[in-house]
Design a protein around this ligand. Structure first.
Ligand code: UD1
Length: 341
């Protein structure tokens, strides 16, 4: 298939491209590089021989985006482009709605202009908010508790209504749990700008010495070791879920949502210990109070994706940590150069 990939230079986008090209699909990437590097696409090209082109374009530039789409005539779109920091989303609410919601409207217009009716959307388990039951399945109520989550929930609704408006359209909403790890080659991985908010990139930077100590946000949760439990999913497994989802369009009517997780819960302490085993030494850490907005436990019921997409997570915690460490130790400054001292 010819696939238009927005945000293809980002963490999940770049890993998905390698899997797409490996399966013989052709990809055109649209990326503004506002929070990613063109170097990630060079690495994708290094790891795969498939047809890959890219255009530097902000998805909110509707005229340009429509021109790109009309020229490429994609069979499907995978939509990763968006802002994704929970903390920042409160302070920059307008930007988050502009990029994540208005940007999606702009993309749908471009798809209409090019005659493409199939879209896979990068959504998040954050749309569920505080879990009412565990593991959470797709029927769980939608109730995001932060601006970022609201924009994802609104984009899901928008895509659902858009898909229902014409019989030839279909939208697949992939709700990611906690994506971690890196490509097996060690050549691609997550490269956050500034101080990472998420556990794994922060931990990796503690291991390289770029950060002093991991701050564990709370050890008084009602969990076996007191720290928060999440459903971490290897980024390569997540990438493959997108490729598997393309086949779902053959029978899809309207929109459908899928949890993409392993179903296994891992605590912060367990992750820290797994990382320490891989680097072979203890890593400095401190206990701090709970982070506002965090929940004790999040875990996916991935049965629907297993059944309907024919997809299943294959990698375990050790694979996640080893691949992350291979990437981070070989590329301590990500895709960029070390800062001048
Ligand atoms: C966060 C976002 C979620 C987003 C996801 C993307 C929040 C509230 N949620 O999920 O919307 O989709 O990232 O991956 O930010 N932790 C520490 N120390 C740290 C960082 C994290 O102890 O320095 C703990 C957290 O308290 C949590 C676990 O590690 O228990 C995972 O945190 P994180 O990686 O930030 O992911 P989420 O909060 O689950």
């Amino acid at each position: 298939m010819k696939v238009l990939v927005t945000g293809g230079a980002g963490y999940i986008g770049s890993h998905t491209l390698v899997e797409l090209l490996g399966q013989g699909h052709e990809a055109l990437v649209v990326d503004s590089f506002s929070n990613s590097s063109p170097a990630a696409l060079d690495r994708v090209r290094e790891l795969s021989n498939g047809w890959l082109e890219h255009e530097e374009c902000d998805i909110r530039d509707s005229t340009r985006l429509a021109q790109v789409a009309v020229r490429f005539r994609p069979d499907a779109v995978i939509h990763f482009a968006g802002l994704k920091s929970v903390g920042e989303s409160t302070r920059r609410a307008t930007d988050y709605y502009d990029v994540n919601v208005a940007g999606t409207v702009s993309l749908l217009r471009a798809m209409e202009a090019s005659g493409c009716g199939k879209i896979i959307f990068s959504s998040s388990a954050t749309v569920y908010g505080e879990p009412e039951y565990l593991p959470s399945d797709e029927a769980h109520r939608i109730g995001p508790t932060n601006v970022y989550g609201q924009t994802k929930a609104m984009a899901e609704q928008l895509l659902t209504d858009w898909a229902r408006a014409e019989p030839a359209r279909g939208a697949i909403l992939l709700r990611y749990f906690n994506p971690v790890g890196a490509h097996a080659s060690g050549r691609m991985g997550e490269d956050p700008r500034g101080v990472p908010e998420n556990l794994m990139p922060f931990l990796a930077q503690v291991a390289t010495g770029r950060r002093e100590a991991l701050r564990i946000w709370g050890d008084d949760y009602p969990t076996p070791d007191g720290t928060g439990i999440r459903d971490y999913i290897h980024v390569t497994d997540l990438a493959r879920a997108h490729v598997a989802a393309l086949a779902r369009f053959a029978t899809l009517e309207g929109a459908d949502a899928y949890n993409i997780g392993t179903g296994q819960g891992i605590s912060v302490r367990e992750m820290l210990q797994a990382f320490e085993r891989v680097v072979g030494r203890p890593l400095p850490h401190e206990i701090h109070p709970r982070r506002p907005g965090d929940v004790a436990e999040m875990r996916a019921d991935p049965a629907k994706a297993n059944r309907e997409l024919g997809w299943q997570a294959e990698y375990d915690v050790d694979d996640m940590v080893k691949s992350l460490w291979a990437w981070q130790s070989a590329n301590p400054w990500g895709y960029g150069a070390p800062p001048e001292s």
